[in-house]
Design a protein around this ligand. Structure first.
Ligand code: ADP
Length: 237
């Protein structure tokens, strides 16, 4: 299962209203992978995530997704907006809502879903906050709660869009450490869009750079040696 294909993109173009943003993309995400997507603003990183999530059909090429992903084995942590930071619910309610896709026609969460929500809060070190109001938490605590929420849905794959935006450096490091743990110890595949190259170079198995000048896909070492990554080499040392 570890290296089974989860998503395979072949010669994919993605865009809006017939205008492509990304072209000829070939990409394979397998169980246990850690892929960081980096690149210029507006180059199409979030667009790619929408494609991987099955929310945006390709203009050309094909995106194959494992059947288990259609049944909900993917957790998604979107970019946070200010309105979401003010969300009026308790931490436990926010995390439980991650189980909504599995709730089906029932009105109530099952005991198994509740225990899964609590387990994920514990895993992320925020169990003691479960009765707190989400809007009263710090940015770092809120991201942990949202990650716990995403984990309720994620059986095999976590997709994250700029998860450390707005966090102080210590909270960002904490979040990366948690992702590393989930990936290495629990075999969770991670696909993360980030502006921060440090986790990309330290934790990722593969880096995908999307730029206005072209696309690069390879290991962190290959990325640093490439024309795209060379300018970051000094910063990383
Ligand atoms: P990134 O995440 O790399 O900053 P995006 O994927 O958000 O880039 O955007 C890539 C391009 O697609 C941009 O030019 C943006 O204006 C355009 N775009 C993004 N979302 C939409 C949308 N819903 N409709 C039309 N164009 C969009």
């Amino acid at each position: 299962m570890e290296h089974a294909d989860l998503i395979v993109c072949r010669e994919v173009s993605l865009g809006y209203e017939g205008q492509s943003v990304l072209n000829h993309l070939n990409l394979r995400v397998q169980g246990g992978d850690y892929l960081c997507v980096v690149g210029d603003n507006g180059s199409g990183k979030s667009t790619l995530l929408r494609g991987l999530l099955g929310l945006l059909p390709p203009l050309a090429g094909s995106i194959w997704r494992a059947a288990e992903l259609e049944r909900g084995a993917v957790g998604y942590l979107p970019q946070q907006t200010r309105a979401q930071r003010d969300f009026p619910a308790t931490v436990e309610e926010v995390v439980l809502s991650g189980c909504l896709s599995q709730k089906g026609l029932r009105f109530f969460y099952s005991a198994a879903q509740r225990s899964r929500a609590l387990m994920n809060l514990g895993k992320l070190g925020v169990l003691e906050l479960r009765r707190s109001s989400y809007r009263d938490l710090s940015g770092g605590q809120q991201q942990r709660v949202l990650l716990a929420r995403a984990l309720c849905a994620a059986g095999r794959l976590l997709i994250l869009d700029e998860p450390v935006t707005g966090l102080d450096p210590a909270a960002a490091q904490d979040l990366y450490k948690t992702l590393r743990y989930l990936n290495k110890e629990e075999g969770m595949a991670v696909v993360m869009v980030t502006h921060d190259l440090r986790p990309a170079l330290r934790d990722a198995g593969t880096v995908l750079h999307i730029g206005h000048g072209g696309t690069f896909l390879g290991s962190p070492a290959e990325y640093l040696a490439s024309p795209y990554g060379r300018r970051f080499k000094e910063a990383a040392e």
